[in-house]
Design a protein around this ligand. Structure first.
Ligand code: GS8
Length: 282
């Protein structure tokens, strides 16, 4: 009973695959018709190989279509998504959000956190910047993947990305938006501690992944303009203790993907000065 049922399912599957092959790859089905029962070897030759072609061609088309980014220019989270889109050569529509008065689209597409960035690909929203980067890398592997291909390299890159968001970003907030001298001092020390660890991780390599620009460069890349704001508000020199990180930032900022995506450091500093004044912090 089960054997017969399984065989019918199997044959039905073959039938469907052959029909697909006929539509998609006309030159490969010349010797086949849907009544033919295929051996495993034939299935491999006629179906698996063309199916691979079908899958890879549909993967290419998946990355195309409409890309909309709900964002806020000074955001390091939004900046990293912009850098990734530029690095991948994806054309997208940029929509600046007014954060005190979020758009209905933002509230609808990120109802859980109500935060930018949200990337909407062919109508499907993707939230959380690190998650968005992985999505972009998954659907658009060209010109090269951002994440390392090996499991350990991936785990290591994700570990540092998490560190950047949980430690560096939180410490940096204290430096830019401090409410007391004590908070500023605490923030300055924490920012330098974080960057010193990243200095060690980077070492003498041009990029975090080695010779090639990759995932962690995009993740930390969103902070490059903020480094100058940390220096200005904290009255610190990042380059003094972290020369490799600062040289890395300059190297990255020379890339077109960065110059097109990041707010210029002076404008970012003005933004912080003005927002602090408006918020009654100064
Ligand atoms: C953080 C996004 C975020 O904080 C990510 O995408 O990685 N973990 C998220 N977005 C901020 C702007 S940048 O500081 C935001 O949208 N804030 C709006 C709000 O809190 O109301």
């Amino acid at each position: 009973m089960w054997g017969r049922a399984n065989r019918s399912v199997c044959l039905l599957g073959q039938f469907k695959l052959i029909q697909t092959m006929k539509q998609e790859i006309p030159d490969r089905h010349r010797f086949l018709n849907h009544q033919t029962v295929l051996t495993h070897l034939q299935i491999h030759t006629y179906i698996h190989v063309p199916m691979k072609q079908l899958v890879s061609s549909s993967m290419t088309t998946m990355s195309e279509g409409e890309w909309i980014l709900l964002d806020f220019m000074p955001s390091m989270f939004g900046s990293r998504v912009r850098i990734a889109l530029e690095e991948k050569g994806i054309n997208y529509e940029y929509r600046e959000e007014d954060l005190p008065q979020k758009s209905a689209l933002l509230l609808r597409t990120n109802p859980v956190h109500e935060k930018i960035p949200v990337l909407i690909h062919n109508g499907q929203p993707i939230c959380e910047s690190l998650n968005i980067l992985e999505y972009i890398d998954d659907v658009h592997s060209t010109p090269h993947p951002l994440l390392p291909s090996d499991a350990y390299g991936k785990a290591r890159a994700r570990f540092w990305a998490d560190f950047i968001d949980k430690k560096l970003q939180v410490s940096g907030m204290k430096v830019a938006w401090y409410k007391s001298k004590q908070e500023l001092e605490e923030g300055k020390k924490e920012v330098m501690d974080c960057l010193e660890l990243l200095e060690e991780e980077l070492g003498q390599q041009p990029y975090f992944g080695g010779e090639a620009f990759g995932y962690l460069d995009v993740v930390l890349g969103g902070f490059c303009s903020w480094f100058y704001a940390y220096e200005a508000f904290g009255n610190i020199s990042i380059g003094k203790n972290c020369p490799n990180v600062m040289a890395w930032a300059k190297r990255c900022m020379d890339r077109p993907s960065f110059s097109k995506s990041l707010m210029e450091p002076e404008k970012l500093i003005d933004f912080v000065v003005n927002t602090r004044k408006k918020g009654g912090l100064d």
